[in-house]
Design a protein around this ligand. Structure first.
Ligand code: AMP
Ligand code: GLY
Length: 414
């Protein structure tokens, strides 16, 4: 049987593994206890020491560090860009220069290491103020605020290495954009591109988009507000010039170009690129492609995307359950009721799958919290309302002390 290796240990990798396991043999490295509880093999062996027909790299860190390059040097078929392409996510300053060269619509911006220059530029902007760390910060390095003092304190905290260490000591300050956000994940085989179903992610921790930015508290797909005409516009004005610029620079990008797009009154603008599957977007996208995912990803890795015609079906909604204190911190060791020794209560609900991120099995065989985002509960259905009902019914059956959950994921879409 065909064999796939998935690299990573979160709910995104769980969802990829779950879909790929429908028609291949999947091994996840390192994976987690929840993935293993689904009967999918998890091993500590590094990817470079494993054999498989396809390697799919989940997180940004190993991509930025060149894991895809090392695997390709061994002759492996890989989904995920090499280090040169991954710099689009690894450095926001690099990404913004790249977008400017490629003439991709994006917020006006400037990059700073110097405090006085940064504060002068900030004072020249109008609210909302947007301050970003240059380096990787797990989705938490961005401040968007209407409060000038908060923005200037944030600039100083980042530049002085107080908030994100070395990743923060270069900052990007940019124009605040207004509108609905869409996650358009696009498969790219170095030349051809295929857009996946548009999804929406909920980045703030609280209902009504209140509170701090997180890694993502839920998602749904398809996002109806992102019409086929808008998808075409984003493909033409944002993705096409990006792929052309990658090729001009000699970068053979085989993987996912995740475009974070703001649908502004003046047309779609790119907020950022990620160079990998989104989390939690993948928890809604992978189920929609199901057993068609493997064929698509092999085509990405082999450079054969031309002519691919994926057939996603239905709708999906995912609701993230995070641990006490998230996103400022997280708490380990709270016993999760409704999983493991208690039985998989949520998965008895029609159309519901529980993807594990920051969970672990304790010595008594009960699942406990073991990170910030703990679980992603996905409901699939014929429509977004049906998928949403199922996701929340599933989520209601899983409880733990301090559980953090939004109650309005996909609410605006129905
Ligand atoms: P990023 O990591 O760059 O995607 O930023 C995280 C979140 O901050 C985005 O999903 C947006 O919600 C918000 N954001 C980023 N850049 C801007 C901007 N220029 N204007 C308004 N909101 C932004
Ligand atoms: N959903 C946000 C991310 O994957 O970065």
């Amino acid at each position: 049987m065909t064999r796939c290796v998935v690299v990573g240990s979160g709910a995104r990798e769980h969802a990829l593994a779950w879909a790929l396991a429908q028609n291949t043999d999947v091994v996840v490295t390192p994976g987690n206890d929840g993935i293993a509880a689904h009967g999918i093999a998890c091993v500590e062996t590094p990817a470079t020491k494993l054999e498989a027909d396809l390697f799919v790299i989940g997180p940004e860190q190993p991509l930025v560090e060149g894991l895809a390059d090392r695997l390709r040097a061994q002759g492996k078929i890989v989904v995920g860009p090499g280090a040169a392409g991954a710099a689009l996510e690894g450095s926001k300053a690099f990404m913004k220069e790249f977008l400017a060269t490629a003439d991709v619509p994006t917020a006006t911006f400037a990059t700073f290491r110097d405090e006085a220059e940064a504060l002068t530029y900030l004072a020249s902007m109008s609210p909302p103020y947007v301050v970003k760390t240059d380096g990787l910060a797990a989705g938490k390095g961005v401040l968007v605020t209407g409060d000038f003092d908060e923005a200037s304190n944030d600039v100083l905290d980042k530049l002085r290495g107080r908030s994100f260490g070395a990743a923060g000591t270069t900052v990007v300050i940019e124009e605040g954009l207004d509108g609905q956000e869409c996650s358009l994940l696009v498969l790219c085989d170095g030349t051809d591109v295929v857009a996946l179903v548009p999804a929406q992610d909920f980045k703030r921790v609280g209902d009504g988009d209140a509170g701090a930015n997180t890694g993502g508290m839920g998602a749904f797909a398809p996002m109806a507000a992102m019409s086929p005409a808008l998808v075409t516009e984003v493909m033409d004005k944002i993705l096409a010039p990006t792929v052309a610029e990658l090729r001009r620079r000699g970068i053979d990008f085989r993987g996912v170009l995740y475009a974070g797009v703001m649908l502004t009154p003046r047309g779609p603008k790119l907020l950022e690129y990620n160079v990998r599957f989104g989390d939690p977007e993948t928890e809604v996208l992978a189920p929609l492609y199901g057993d068609g995912l493997f064929d698509l990803l092999v085509r990405v890795g082999e450079g054969r995307l031309a002519g691919a015609s994926p057939r996603p079906t239905g709708a999906a909604v995912t609701v993230v359950l995070a641990s006490h204190g998230y996103p400022q911190g997280s708490r380990r060791g709270d016993v999760i009721a409704g999983l493991g020794a208690d039985g998989q209560l949520a998965e008895r609900v029609d159309g519901v799958t529980v993807y594990h991120a920051g969970s672990a099995l304790d010595v008594r065989g009960q699942f406990i919290t073991d990170g910030g985002r703990v679980l992603a509960i996905t409901g699939v259905g014929a429509t977004v309302p049906e998928a949403r009902r199922r996701a929340y019914e599933g989520a209601s059956l899983i409880t733990f002390e301090g559980r953090v959950m939004r109650s309005d994921i996909a609410l605006g879409a129905i």
